[in-house]
Design a protein around this ligand. Structure first.
Ligand SMILES: Cc1ncc(COP(=O)(O)O)c(C=O)c1O
Length: 390
């Protein structure tokens, strides 16, 4: 490996949500934070260099995204995911959640039905509720820790007038990378029931051996026509603090409506550093990412081995993508606030409470393994020691 992901970087004192706001989230600041979905690694050196180069000029005035920014995105999406996109299809926003909210405002009206597949990342719920739309839940089916879509329930709900689906692919928190068959079935239903599809593909570069990310909009011109695809270099290259994401909308009518909503909210311009970092990451970050994926798979193997060897009553299915692990504690016989309290006060671990992803998440916790192996070892030791004391 060329890159050293074993190096421990002290993120305390950097206004990091994950490290510096533990007390707000967990009531104490001695928990090992393995929650917020960012990484404890430096970004690729080329990203850092691009930022430092621009920063050294000392002038941070109005700017425009250069042609090279767009070509870096087009090449990345084509090389990594086999999808050929045009420059004109790209709209940049201040984050994917920003884009999802803009899409909700652009294509639906108050009280329209919007469907999400739960358990899922909580801002999906708020994007619907905060904009006064009706939330329709389509629970995923779980079997031995492996999740699939409930197409029967999905179709039943679509028949009842759903206007929009917000898809999470790869799925946070359950770690599925939806396969061709699943995406094709979803495509067919979107067409049959004339639904706009928002496809959040922010985790699409974190895909493990044996799996392939398929941008749903690449399947056919019909699904492309009704899809808004959201990607970002933020998860892949750890630049979430730079507030830059890439929204791909091939249908000019949908795109114009989206841009109108942005303009109506006075959203324009952009962030110089987010732009520079995105371009550098997509242009030069591929080798770093390949090493990172090997490292993550090592982390996952380590976690699996330790849990299996300990025979602790904790289960998880290996994620197919994302650096998030959906830990199932239901065999421990505690759930709800008792489980949360146990993990914080006994294990001193800061994980995301599964209930934050929906009611299906009771008895689960989401663990972020995007950290050096030594941090992960510390986390696993804390967890297993606390369990052994019960
Ligand atoms: C599925 C998903 N979408 C969006 C985001 C956040 O995106 P952004 O920071 O660009 O708003 C996350 C962050 O964890 C996520 O997991």
């Amino acid at each position: 490996m060329t890159y050293d992901f074993d190096e421990v970087i002290d993120r305390q004192g950097t206004n990091s949500v994950k490290w510096d706001y533990r007390k707000d989230a967990f009531g104490r600041d001695d928990v090992l934070p393995m929650w917020v979905a960012d990484m404890d690694f430096e970004s690729p050196p080329e990203v850092k260099r691009a930022i430092l180069k621009y920063a050294s000029k000392g002038v941070y005035a109005y700017f425009r995204r250069p042609a090279t920014y767009y070509s870096s995105i087009i090449d990345w999406v084509s090389d990594r995911h086999g999808w050929n996109i045009d420059r004109d299809w790209i709209v940049s926003t201040r984050g994917v959640i920003n884009a999802i909210n803009l899409a909700v405002l652009s294509y639906t009206s108050p009280r329209d039905k919007i469907l999400i597949q739960t358990p899922v990342y909580s801002p999906f719920y708020s994007a619907v509720k905060n904009n006064n739309r009706e939330l329709i839940l389509n629970s995923l089916i779980e079997k031995d820790g492996y999740y699939t879509m409930d197409f029967e329930d999905l179709e039943y709900k679509l028949k009842d007038g759903v206007k929009m689906i917000i898809l999470c692919n790869p799925h946070n928190p359950v770690g599925r990378v939806w396969n061709l068959e699943e995406l094709k079935r979803l495509e067919g239903l979107c067409k049959e029931y004339d639904v706009v599809l928002i496809s959040d593909e922010i985790h699409s570069d974190i895909i493990y051996d044996g799996h392939r990310h398929i941008p749903i909009a690449s399947l056919s011109s019909d699904i492309a026509r009704r899809t808004v695809t959201c990607i970002s270099a933020s998860k892949t290259f750890n630049i979430a603090g730079l507030d830059e994401s890439v929204i791909i909308i091939s249908n000019s009518k949908l795109r114009e409506r989206f841009i109108q909503t942005m303009e109506g909210a006075g959203i324009g311009g952009g962030n110089i550093f987010g732009t520079m970092a995105t371009e550098a990451a997509y242009s030069y970050g591929v080798n770093w990412l390949e090493d990172l994926l090997i490292y993550f798979q090592g982390n996952l193997k380590y976690l699996n081995k330790r849990i299996k060897e300990s025979r602790a009553p904790v289960r998880f299915h290996m994620p197919e993508g994302t650096y998030l692990v959906w830990l199932d504690f239901r065999d421990m016989g505690i759930c709800g606030d008792d489980l949360t309290k146990f993990l914080i006060d006994e294990a001193r671990l800061g994980l995301n409470d599964g209930r934050g992803f929906g009611e299906e998440g009771d008895g689960y916790m989401r663990m972020n393994i995007a950290c050096p192996r030594s941090t992960l070892r510390d986390g696993v030791n804390r967890l297993l020691t606390a369990i052994s004391r019960i």
